[in-house]
Each structure stands twice: as C-alpha cells, then as structure tokens.
Design a protein around this ligand. Sequence first.
Ligand code: GLC
Ligand code: GLC
Length: 644
Amino acid sequence: MNQTSLHHYIVSAYPTLVKEKNFDRLFDLRLSANLTLIKDLFFKLYPEQRHKESFHELLETLPKLYKKRPMPLRAQDIERIEKASWYQSENIVGMQLYVDHFNHDLKGLIDKIGYFEKLGVNFLHIMPITTRPKGENDGGYAVNSYHEVEKRFGTKKDLLTLTEKLREHKIYLMLDFVANHTSNEFSWAKKAVQGDKKYQDYYYIFPDRSIPDQFEKTLPEIFPMTAPGNFTYNATMGKWVMTVFNEYQWDLNYSNPEVFLDMLSNLMKLVNLGVDVVRLDALAFLWKKMATQSQNLPEAHALIALFRMCLQVIAPGVVFLAEAIVAPTEIIKYFGTGSIEGNECEIAYNATLMALLWDAVATKKTILLYKNLRSLPIKPNAGTWINYIRCHDDIGLGFEDHHINEIGWDAKEHRKFLLDYYCQRFSWSPAKGMMFMYNPKTGDGRITGSCASLLGLEKALEENDSTKIQQAVDKIIMMYGIILSYGGIPLIYAGDEIGTLNDYSFLSDKDKRTDNRWVNRPYQDWEAIANLDTGKTYHSKLFFAFQNLIKKRKETPVFADGNNLELHDSHNPHVLMYERTSVKNEGVLILCNFDEAPQWVDENQLGSYGKASKAKDLIVGKGIKINEGTLLLHPYQILWLKKG
Ligand code: GLC
Ligand code: GLC
C-alpha cells in the first residue's frame, strides 16, 4: 500500500476531524504516517552521523511550512484525499501554453477561460511565469525566483486571481518547479559569485578543471550544438560551475542538505499559490555522481520521493508530474519502485507513446509501436500518464535500438530515415519539421515542428492541395483521438486544436534563433478562432472535431485510467488497435489506420465488437458497417467502438 492510500484510510477513519475541519490534527496524523519514510529517505541521502542537525531542521520546518498553507487549499487537500486518484479521471483534459504567446499576460489568460470551457479543457499547464534573466533564458526555465511573477506577465495578485478563478471554474493548474537548476542571476548564484562559501556549496563549483574533466568522461551533452560541455568558467570567481543545460543554468547541489531544505520551502511557496500539479522539471538530472551519466540515479529517485513525502504531509492535494524524457524502462521508475512504489510521482509523461506515434506516422506501420509497448512493465495502479503528441520541446526518438533491430530493421538507418522524413530531407515527405541538436558524430538528432506542420498541413496549404489538406486534418484528429482515449491526462499543445503551423518568427530574435524549439511554440491565432463558427475553414473542422472528441471522452467512464488498456493484434500492419477494458462489459475498442490508403480489419480480430455486437463509433455516434467479414478504415481514420 502506498502512502496515498494510507492517507485515504486515515480520513475515512476520522470523519469527525474532517467534519470539524480539524486540519491541524489531520496534519499531525499525516506527519506521523510519513515520518519513518521521510527519515529513511533523508538519511539515505544525508548520512545520519553527519547530518543529524539538518534532519532536526527538517522536522522543525514541516509544521512551519504547513502553517502558511492557505485555508481554502487545506480544505481542498482533504477533499482530494477523500477522492483519491482524482488525476486519473476521464473528465480531465489538458492544454499547455505560454502565457505571452497565448493572450499577452495573466489577465489575458483569465479572459479566455470561456475558450477553454467551449473546447472542454479543464487542466492547464502554464509555462514558466517567474522572473528570469533578460536575454536568453530557455523560455523561463532559467529562474531568478521560484515565486515572483515576471513583470510582463502581470503581478502576483494577477496570478492569485487566476488560480482563484480557475478553482471556481474547476480547472486544474499545473506549474513547473525547475528543481535541477537556477539561473546565474538567482540570489544564491550571485552570492556565490561574490565569494560567499555557503552559497558556492549550493552549486557544483570547482577551482580548476580536474574534477570537471573527470565528470565529462561520462556526462552526455544535452545541447551539444549550443551549449557543449557541462561546465562553465566564471571569470569573477575564477572557478568552474556545473551547467548541464545552458551555461546560464547552474545545477543545484542536492548532496548539500541545505539545498534540499531551501528548495522544499520554494516548492511550498509555489504550491501555496494554488497549484494542483507540480511539473518536476528535468528531475532525472537531480543527483550527480562521478563516473556515471548522472541521470536516473537511485539517489535522484530517493530525493524525489523525499520531496513527495514532505509535500504530502503539508499539501496532500498536490501531486507531482515527472518530466523524465528518458528511456522507456527508466520513465516508469519515476512512479516509484520497491519500498517507494507509488510514493514518488503520481504522473509521468508518456514520452514513449509520443515518440512511437511519430514513428508509426512516418513508416505508416505500427510494428515498432506494438513491439515497444508490449515490452513495457505495467505502471503502478495509482499512477497515470500525461499523454501528448508533442510539447514545447523537441521530439526525441527515445525508443531502444534493440527493438528496432529485433523487427528486422537497422536501428541506425531507421533513425536516419525518421530524421530525414520529418526534417525536410525527402522531397516527397509531407512533414515540415526542423532538425534539433543534430550531432554529426553520432548521427543523433531530435525533431522540432508544430503538430500540424509535422503532419503535413503546412506543405498541403502551400501546394493548395485540398486532398492533402484533408489528410493532414484527419491525421491530426487521429493522433489526438489516440491520446484522448489512451488512459491518463491528454495534453493538447495550445493551437494544435486549430491546426496552428510552425512559427518562424524566432529566427529574427537574437535570444531565440539558435533554439529552434521556438518553431513549435506559436502564438494563439485569435482571428482564426473568431471565425470558427463558419465551420468552413480547416481551423473550424479541427476545433469542432477536438470539441467532440473531448465531450465523448468525458462521457465515457472507461476512459478513466484504471490500468485498463489492452493492446490487440489487428493483423493489419497499418492498424493500431487497443481496448479500454471494463468488467461491466462497457469497454471501448479503438482502431486507427496509419496508412494513406484504406485498410481492412478482419471481423475475427474485432472479437466481441464484431457484427453481432452492433457496435457503434462513439466519435460520430453511428453504427459501423461490417461487409463480407471486414471492417473498412479510411486513411487516417480513428474509431472508438462501443458495443450497441
Ligand atoms: C525541461 C524543459 C525544457 C528545458 C529543460 C531545462 O526539459 O522541458 O524546455 O530546456 O528542462 O530546464
Ligand atoms: C505484426 C506484429 C504484431 C502486430 C501487428 C500489427 O504482425 O508482429 O505484434 O500486432 O504487426 O501491426
């Protein structure tokens, strides 16, 4: 049993405490319930002989942090514990956006709550909004503060108004906690530069190259083209600083317990603003160890679980999303394994599915998708996914070579094919993506581009080819139809719901032009949205298709994530087929055709969804036709079949 279910039992066992809103007593109970685990995790990272005092400090800090939790949030915390696994509901549909690219600022965002409601979105991932350095700042992922709002987005008051309004409208909010690094302008970094020893110990700072050189032997590079190496020389200090991402992003040294304690306070300040889900940015990198890649280390898992167990005591209604875009078998570990199973992150990005869907689009075949998905361990029942087609970052081909080889393809050639297909190296390919961080030494590269441009809409519009435009629209709907039915929180990137194309304006911005991830962070097109109701444009076709899919998802309880997804063999290499199973015979069978030609599936493969079941497609609300024992799927068609 994980701690979440234990807390659920506790609130059911003491109904009077809940009724009398005796939050303080409930806090004490939570603290006692988690204390042993907190102690074990703490001393695992910070050995007891040397760090007793820091542990005392932690024990003193927890009640102090709890005292600052606003009353309405304390009440909400208890409701969430009572509900348990609220984040697995079929009712949640998310959208990700940059405040300034969406509608200017926080006030502008509040004005658009009606838009989210019209579409059916009730979960927002708002990209970083706190203060950051002026020039390059990685879209705010270089933080000058963890809770001060960047002026051009508005004020803290605007943020509090936003979170209040979102609660009123029952919209969940996800914000980032950039836990791995601060900017070089953060107060700690500034003090370190001035020679303050205490704060130099908050980072990995070395007097010469000897230790950095040792580290470099095994540390991979994240941005090899623009930020090669993992250390940056600071001339004022005359020292080297570990900067795994960009040189203005300084890695925090969590082997120092003071860093953990201060970051816990920062985390709490953030969640007390009214955050429901904390996106733990770059969490795979949190612990560094010589002679390793310093990613996915057991200590990183212990540290995340320690954060989680403390957060749960103070703000049990808030959950963690793991931003671990790593190998499939590593991602799943962020739900917690062994003694911390279910006690690490509740949610993780389904980066594996994301990357494999792009493989299926390019190859028009589902074989690699099946192969990979079938090899994955089942996630713990209490966890769920963020399912997405693409996000603000690049698309990495994060599946494993041996799976590619095992289906008889050459891994190196196949990866090259995918990059060529998406990054405009084949004249026949409909995709208009860009290459991100191509490394000629290894042949590795990642892909950027908006969903619509990668799926052929931009090129089809340039060619003014109505068939291709329709195909691109169908592809977008199919891809989103998958993540809306897959199990987990579907996350739409703002603009994808109206087919927004690549945005090339970053090329003329000196702080952005070397980072082509900006091509897939377009501005929201309110003019197109104002004309949606004419129903004629591709924007409106897409918008209403999304609206319909979202509505149908919410009406279908079997889409809640209960680890109830079963892959089925369609016996057609182009067709992906999976079922959301239900013990009450209310399952849904999903079929999608990744081919540009029509494809057939034999009735026998449909199992209990065959002719006799009078199955209908939930998406269009009509029965399906099975002719001569086969079901026809149009190019890029998706079906959500429910027995009649
Ligand atoms: C995460 C973010 C990415 C950022 C990086 C460093 O991967 O998604 O945008 O560059 O962390 O903070
Ligand atoms: C191949 C694979 C199988 C998959 C099917 C559909 O037959 O071996 O696992 O279900 O293709 O693509």
